[in-house]
Design a protein. Sequence first.
Length: 80
Amino acid sequence: MSPGLRLRLRFDDGYEGIAALSEVSRRGVVFAAVAGNPNGFAVTLNGRALAWKDADGEDVDFCADALRLMAEQAATRAAE
């Protein structure tokens, strides 16, 4: 996994984890913005999402719930 495609996150309830975005970025063209510029995101929706701009200037975003799920799944896999 590319280190540039992992995000260390901290949520309001104190949970901290790492969301692995490398798998998601390989799922299709829509996620190419993430792979092409992994650090080029903005916090949107009052902190409830992260968004990258695609080649057309459209947002490719992940809501906080999806990012939390990715982080929890990564922690579970690491513990196995």
